[in-house]
Design a protein around this ligand. Sequence first.
Ligand SMILES: Nc1ncnc2c1ncn2[C@@H]1O[C@H](COP(=O)(O)OP(=O)(O)OP(=O)(O)O)[C@@H](O)[C@H]1O
Ligand SMILES: [Mg+2]
Length: 201
Amino acid sequence: MNTNVVWHQTAVTKEERRQRNGHHSCVLWFTGLSGSGKSTVANAVSKKLFDLGIQNYVLDGDNVRHGLNKDLGFSAEDRTENIRRIGEVAKLFVDSGQFVLTAFISPFAQDRALVRGLVESDEFIEIYVKCPLEECEKRDPKGLYQKARNGEIRNFTGIDSPYEAPEAPELIIDTHLHSIHQCADQVIAYLRDRHFIKEDL
Ligand SMILES: Nc1ncnc2c1ncn2[C@@H]1O[C@H](COP(=O)(O)OP(=O)(O)OP(=O)(O)O)[C@@H](O)[C@H]1O
Ligand SMILES: [Mg+2]
């Protein structure tokens, strides 16, 4: 670490931004197998929040890997670094007074714990997007399971790389049991319960 790098105090605080926005800011961390529905539900929640006038942004796996993290692969080491960087970016969004929804498989409990540790305790909501592997494989929206089974992709989560399910997530959504709309509403209801968004919205 360069010792000449000094943190500069910001002129506008996180609290002031939240007050202006009229809502809390936090990370909604969606985790689950490929095809479980992280991107789908995160985007459905994002649209609902947007329509309520709530500042939010979705950070999505593939999009981030096209830019910020395009130097990273899918080895255990690179997956960890991928999540660490995303965690730091998510923290900046929280600081900017917004909800940030992240849609990454994030298979390792330790990596998710690291991100949780980057922010305050009321700023990290872990959402386990639960769906049986067989169902994810049946959906296979990107044809990735097929490729993993054929050996065209290595280190694919659920096939030849492990997924460590969260032990105590704030929320579990069962995408094989409920519709996209119901799953998104479950997240919104949770945010209302915690008073992260105003009741009259
Ligand atoms: N209740 C549901 N919630 C979310 N997705 C659902 C649901 N029911 C069916 N689906 C379908 O499951 C698929 C989920 O794909 P999606 O790309 O969102 O998964 P993902 O978890 O983001 O995967 P990846 O890690 O590969 O990006 C979509 O085709 C979606 O239409
Ligand atoms: Mg996705």
